[in-house]
Design a protein around this ligand. Sequence first.
Ligand code: NAD
Length: 388
Amino acid sequence: MPGIQVFTHINRLVQGRGAVAQLAEEVARFQARKVLVVTDPGLVATGIPARVVEALGGYSTHVYSDVEPDPSIQTVERCTAFVRQQGFDLVIGLGGGSAIDTAKCAAALASNEGAVESYLGIEKIPAAGLPKIIIPTTAGTGSEVTNVAVLSLKDQHTKKGIVSRQLFADVAILDPELTLGLPAAITAATGMDALTHAIEAYVSRFHQPLTDHFALEAIRLIGAHLRTAVHHGENLDAREAMLTASLYAGLAFGSAATGMVHGLAMPLGGQFEVPHGVANAMLLPYVMRFNLVAALERYRDIAVALGEPVAGLSVRDGAERSLSAVRQLAHDVGIPTLREMNIPPSAIDALARDGLSNSRQVLPNPRKVTYEGLVGILEEAFAAPASR
Ligand code: NAD
């Protein structure tokens, strides 16, 4: 009903430098004996899963790492089948959004029969699954606090979400030390993903005071710390600030939803295998340009949160500063353009049509979304000059 707002959140958040050392204590809360750690090969190469297994102490633990970036529904199906067959009683998702979303689905669907595909959409998972502990190692998706998992549908060249209360983590452990080794390009893409979450949540038609609070604080932290995290990855203060920003952005969009940056990034990622954060970052300024007139004061607030001086400016000019600040940030952290990613402009029609079908993003978007509007956004994004 109009005027009634719902804010959802997970039960337990453990955060701080070295927090992963508390893992065994957290597992003990669930009387679990057989534990599965879902991660990916890139993470295995860093040695982080081995550290996590060590932190688990005496639990019987298996590490499952057959997860690719932006995981396909088949990947999630395989992991779910493994969990169903092997009788685990707790699942740990360790990694970026790809490993986390795979773990969330596999844990939730362990006690629900049938194909993963049949759960795409909103609130289709009836039974509670296995307990899940989520440990992010990128500062971007906020998936540790959302009820969403995003899967790639390769045959349909797009991505879709499963949205369900059964996907909420039981515990999230945020340890910034785990993000210290994140390569610069992934730090940039995932940080811009978090910025996109926060901006889209702040201008969403479904925003509310709590989501506004988290969104603006996330934007402020990202504006202040993303450049340092990218260019001085060993800086633990910047890493910690970015992990907090990603968490706050997740808390914001988890209840306020995202808009058409995500609505277009999902088909872009699905058709051309562009990493999710890069897809969002490439589109963000152009969707902001389209939406600006529908939420001038909110975009001016975003400019302020990004540290732009707006005193003495009109609301319109202040709002414009949010755009230039985001463009500058994307440039400073090395986000490429659509042309640099070799995306052909001939894709515009299909991307716009697919974007328009994403009602989860169309409805919250502050400006009414039309096919022509989306084509205009994409044409401007394709016309962008090279970033370097
Ligand atoms: P990712 O999980 O795909 O990871 C990208 C790469 O970074 C991988 O190769 C991984 O091995 C590596 N990596 C991760 N942590 C590392 C570390 N600490 N050190 C070194 N390498 C590391 O990237 P992502 O951007 O975190 O997740 C993207 C996925 O999350 C997409 O599928 C996207 O659609 C989804 N997503 C989900 C939500 C949600 O709420 N569920 C929100 C946003 C995005």
